[in-house]
Design a protein around this ligand. Structure first.
Ligand SMILES: [Fe+2]
Length: 263
């Protein structure tokens, strides 16, 4: 009972803080929401194909490869050597900084969360198929159990069923849905990691839809990563993806060791 009370209080507090930020954000009370912000509020995900040209994608892929191979960059690699990540690559490369600063991304972020001057970074990732890989993010999860989070994801490769598409359970970021699912005992209050069998059972019994983003190079995805999501485990191939992370106050401390300037 105490656990449910704490859970409800945290959800309530999150709403108060976020609505306060939105009311302070310019235009919030005057303008209708954009299609992007409307989709984020309702579904938690918005997909826009062809945001970047193929030429730009190829140029960025070549840069990622050279940064990974140079030995001069801070590259995070998982145990299986399937996942290679260049966190904060925007701080050493102006082209990535320009993407991170895209006014379009920031306008949608401000509409969705009320955050107008975010702190954050761009992560460039190269993912290669290795037998037994768990997929990007290590399986189904929420980035935060309570806080709504906005992420801009840019596909630099064509992504199909076999090379690890982004997957998102539609509407799973919504406060009402989180509460209903907890009351129905699908999840425990505050739960943010989920086994495959929990998700399979949830989809079967709730009828909720999993959005699988199979899309061409250059596609852009906005997601509220409070919603349940994962990168599907890869069956084959390779993919390159950019992730723009934004926070309202400060970058969480544990990301500092991943900065490029550290090496
Ligand atoms: Fe995530």
């Amino acid at each position: 009972m105490l656990r449910y009370s704490a859970f409800l209080f945290k959800e309530f507090l999150e709403s108060v803080v976020r609505v306060g930020r939105k009311l302070r954000a310019s235009n919030y009370s005057r303008a209708a929401l954009s299609p992007e912000a409307t989709a984020l509020a309702k579904d938690g995900i918005y997909i826009r194909p062809n945001y970047f040209s193929r030429n730009v994608c190829e140029e960025l892929i070549a840069k990622i490869d050279s940064y990974i191979e140079s030995g001069n960059n801070n590259v995070w690699v998982d145990d299986q050597e399937a996942d290679h990540r260049l966190y904060f690559i925007n701080e050493v490369d102006s082209q990535f900084q320009e993407i991170f600063d895209d006014p379009y991304f920031k306008a949608v972020l401000a509409e969705h969360t009320g955050t107008q001057s975010p702190k954050g970074m761009l992560l460039a990732a190269k993912l290669v198929y290795k037998a037994g890989n768990k997929g990007s993010g290590g399986g189904w999860h929420r980035d935060s159990p309570f806080q709504h989070q906005f992420k801009a994801i840019c596909y630099l490769s064509d992504v199909q069923e076999e090379n690890g598409p982004f997957e998102f359970i539609e509407g799973s970021h919504r406060k009402r849905q989180v509460l209903v699912d907890c009351l129905k005992r699908f999840w425990k209050p505050g739960q943010y990691r989920f086994s495959n069998s929990e998700i399979d059972d949830y989809i079967k019994r709730s009828g909720k839809k999993v959005v699988t983003v199979c899309s061409s190079a250059g596609s852009l995805v906005f997601a509220d990563t409070k919603g349940i999501h994962r990168g599907r485990p890869m069956l084959d191939g390779i993919r390159y993806v950019l992730f723009c992370y934004y926070w309202h106050n400060q970058i969480p401390e544990h990301f500092n060791k991943l900065r490029q300037s550290r090496k």
